[in-house]
Design a protein. Structure first.
Length: 365
């Protein structure tokens, strides 16, 4: 019989930006494989193990000295104490109790009928059918994905024990738009670009956290120039230069800062405004009135044209500045937060295609 596909959809989505959490991803894949192999007892074991790994990851991220050796149910209780499932007290209590019921019963099923928990009589036949085990896997998937997304959404970088580079794309884009990275020349093999946000994160995690906290505080105030002058103070400039110098002194001896580019700015193309408006309207799914969509499209078109230079779509530093500008503009003008990433990706894709087409036309002419 051919092996069928099975994916823990909620957990897979929740872990998209946790690619470095190798053990956690392996636990998820073991559970998926147990279901695909139609191994009901092993499904119970791996379901419990995966959920347990979720809890331990959350606690390690949030608690200075977590007790990871405690039993399954006390682990969940500690997670529940750390996370607010809902702002409404009644809803929060009900959701917490629902999670408790899942944890309790998954633990009971695994202890009584799991493949690896206890040895059984040689003629023992598990009463758990595969469709029942698969239901347990779906329930665990729901709770695991819910808990991990809540954890990521509520994780405060100022108090978190661990922070992750991929959790803050808007801040990273801002840093990349403000500071130059490095280009490592590898001779015939080309070169490798190192973004400034990556350099700061990898070489001075304390500095990265401090700048992130200030960025978020400024962003929440939503002032006219939110984030534009956050790190202009001399102490930040000195701290930023320090990790860059350390990066150059490491094994990357061939790293050179990119030479300043002499911008050749394109004149504004009003034909792009209707295209931008159509993209924004589509991604917002009619949640923004047409007048505001037009205003946002015009503002974006004006600001992007000031950043575009020759072959801008092949230059990571320019792309980073454009992404940062788009994020700030969309936020300032009230564009829906959950539609911004998709809108930015679509806008860059269309503008890149248009720029390449114009370049070809000029060459042909």
């Amino acid at each position: 019989m051919a092996q069928r596909d099975f994916v823990l959809q909620n957990s897979t989505f929740a872990l998209l930006d946790a690619r470095d959490a190798v053990h956690l991803i392996e636990q998820k894949e073991r559970l998926e494989l147990a279901v695909m192999n139609e191994d009901a007892p092993l499904t119970l074991d791996t379901a419990k193990s995966f959920l347990e790994s979720i809890f331990k990851t959350v606690l390690t991220d949030r608690v200075s000295e977590p007790n990871l050796g405690q039993d399954f149910r006390p682990l969940y209780k500690n997670v529940r104490d750390e996370l607010l499932f809902n702002k409404n007290d009644t809803a929060n209590a009900i959701l917490g109790n629902l999670g408790s019921a899942i944890v309790h019963n998954v633990s009971e099923l695994r202890n009584k009928f799991g493949a690896a928990s206890h040895g059984d009589d040689g003629y023992f036949e598990t009463p758990i059918l595969m469709n029942e085990a698969e239901m347990i896997a779906h329930v665990v998937d729901g709770l695991a994905g819910f808990v991990f997304r809540k954890h990521k959404h509520l994780n405060d970088p100022e108090s978190a024990q661990r922070i992750y580079y991929t959790d803050y794309p808007e801040f990273n884009s801002y840093l990349d738009g403000q500071y130059s990275g490095f280009n490592l020349e590898l001779g015939e093999r080309g070169g490798v670009n190192f973004l400034s946000s990556e350099i700061i994160f990898q070489t001075d995690r304390v500095l990265y956290r401090e700048m992130l906290v200030q960025f978020r505080a400024t962003e929440e105030s939503d002032e006219e120039n939110a984030g534009a002058e956050i790190f202009d103070e001399p102490q930040y400039q000195e701290l930023i230069e320090k990790p860059q110098e350390e990066y150059k002194k490491s094994e990357l001896s061939a790293v050179d800062t990119a030479a300043p580019e002499k911008p050749q700015v394109f004149e504004s193309d009003e034909d792009d405004v209707p295209i931008l408006a159509a993209i924004l309207d589509s991604q917002a799914e009619k949640r923004v009135e047409p007048g505001r969509i037009q205003l946002i499209a015009e503002r974006i078109n004006k600001e992007i044209q000031q950043l575009q230079v020759v072959d801008w779509y092949e230059r990571e530093t320019i792309l980073a500045k454009i992404r940062s500008t788009l994020r700030i503009t969309l936020r300032k003008l009230g564009y829906p937060a959950n539609a911004r990433d998709a809108a930015i990706a679509s806008i860059l894709d269309v503008l890149t295609q248009n720029a390449k087409a114009k370049g070809v036309a000029i060459d042909d002419w």
